[in-house]
Design a binder for this molecule. Structure first.
Ligand code: PMP
Length: 455
């Protein structure tokens, strides 16, 4: 399934005038970046000509792998036919066809799609739709949002405010009065004398208690990733997601599933909420794997129920005053269609379901390394947590160890995503068993060598 990597040139370059996402502004003239020049299959090639396994799959997004000519061709064809249309005044056949294809795949009655430019704009649109919905229903005070510590929902003002990485909020202004955070449902935090069931009860009770504390008439929505991704691959206890959904239904609180990472095969299904966790959310957001990162595209799916309720109370037009110049961009849409064709032709979901236990076992074999304190894997997303010293693990603490692992692994031919004290792995879903073995051997070597490096 892997493709061919082309030759590259040039060596390290400086990026003195390029402020990268999450970059230390004071370090722009010092930071050195690995420049990537070419790619194919699970591999990318840096500007020194080194081939690297793309361990994080870009940013959880290169699901069908790099260098898929089918997507390149589909995109070029679409550009030749129609490179842009104004979504305000026109429709494009390409976008309407994708809307049809996707809404036939979504769980339950999520039969309306609103296209966005990526994950943040999908989540932002979901939250704004929730506000709009409650305004239409004549209950403008129902505006509070409940999220969780360590969640990540995006980089707009609203979605960053709903993200629960407390360290990252410190120097950025955020909305604070209407956004609330529950403790992270991280099974590793369970006390030794507490059963898994009691831990789950406690985390579900956190949600209900928060709704009761704020007043159900004030709480608009609960937002959750089925498996927290950049928060460190936090896999909640069995039943948690479904029970949270039930609590939301009981208190008339909308449930927003943020499937920006977990959709399109990462957990072995097109959408994880229903197929993995048995939940049909009221709103579902996605992006990344929708185009496998070939072009930016996001989508918000809205349940028929919400649309019908708005219609039923409205004797006047109710415009959702929200949208983007690039909503349903026909070229991104062409990339999504070709991407979905690859899923079907390569039987990629079946491949993930078959190979993911192997992926899990291979990564769990790293648990014998003294510094590895937890290996969390679901589907094709994983975090190998590394703790240098004893004590309570804290996912907001960063000892710099995993950055060291990443640097060493790059010398060995592997990209790792250091996320606080975890090495996050979410390779292209096309990965083979032999490639998994190679990836995990390199990670083992990288962690082992990092343990030997003096500070
Ligand atoms: N939600 C989740 C769960 C994500 O992981 C991300 C991105 N990593 C986003 C939203 C934001 O998506 P984007 O970066 O495409 O705006």
């Amino acid at each position: 399934m892997s493709g061919v990597v082309q030759a590259a040139d040039e060596t390290w370059k400086t990026d003195d005038h390029f402020l990268h996402p999450w970059q230390d502004v004071t370090a722009m003239d010092r930071d050195e970046w690995t420049h990537l020049e070419a790619s194919g299959g699970i591999y990318v090639r840096d500007s020194n000509g080194n081939q690297l396994i793309d361990g994080p799959g870009g940013m959880w997004c290169v699901n069908v792998g790099h260098g898929r000519e089918e997507i390149v061709e589909a995109v070029a064809d679409q550009m030749r036919k129609l490179s842009y249309f104004s979504p305000w005044s026109m429709a494009s056949t390409a976008s309407s066809e994708l809307a049809q294809r996707l809404t036939a795949m979504t769980p339950g009655d999520l039969n309306t799609v609103f296209f966005t430019t990526g994950g943040s704009t999908a989540v932002d649109s979901a939250l704004r739709f929730v506000f709009f919905y409650n305004n239409c229903l004549g209950r403008p005070e129902k505006k509070h949002i409940i999220s969780r510590v360590n969640a990540y929902h995006g980089s707009t003002y609203l979605t960053a405010s709903c993200s629960g990485k407390m360290r990252e909020k410190a120097q950025m202004d955020m909305i604070e009065d209407t956004i609330h955070f529950l403790p992270c449902p991280k099974p590793k935090d369970r006390a030794a004398d507490m059963s898994v069931e009691a831990f789950c009860d406690e985390k579900v009770a956190d949600l209900e208690n928060k709704i009761l504390e704020l007043g159900a008439d004030k709480v608009a929505a609960f937002i959750a990733e089925p498996v927290m991704a950049s928060g460190g691959v936090i896999i909640p206890p069995e039943g948690y997601y479904k029970r949270c959904h039930e609590i939301c239904k009981k208190h008339d609180v909308l449930f927003i599933a943020d499937e920006v990472v977990t959709a399109f095969g990462r957990l072995g299904y097109y959408f994880a909420s229903e197929d993995v966790f048995g939940v049909t959310p009221d709103l579902l957001t996605t992006a990344k794997g929708l185009t496998s990162g070939y072009l930016p595209l996001g989508a918000l799916f809205i349940s028929d129920r919400l649309i019908e309720e708005i219609k039923s109370v409205s004797n006047e037009p109710r415009s959702f005053f929200s949208g983007f110049t690039y909503s349903g961009h026909p070229v991104s849409v062409a990339a999504a269609q070709a991407n979905l064709d690859i899923f079907e032709n390569d039987k990629l979901l079946e491949h993930v379901r078959e190979i993911s236990p192997y992926f899990a076992n291979a990564l769990k074999s790293l648990s014998d390394l003294p510094v590895v304190t937890d290996v969390r894997v679901q589907g094709m997303m994983a975090a190998v947590e590394c703790e240098l010293d004893a004590g309570t693990p804290d996912e907001n603490r960063d000892t710099g160890f995993t950055a060291k692992v990443d640097a060493i692994c790059q010398e060995l031919g592997l990209l790792v995503r250091p996320t606080y004290n975890a090495c996050v792995m979410s390779p292209p879903l096309t990965i083979t068993k032999a490639e998994i073995d190679d990836m995990v051997a390199k990670l083992r070597e990288g962690i082992t060598r990092a343990m030997q490096v003096e500070d």
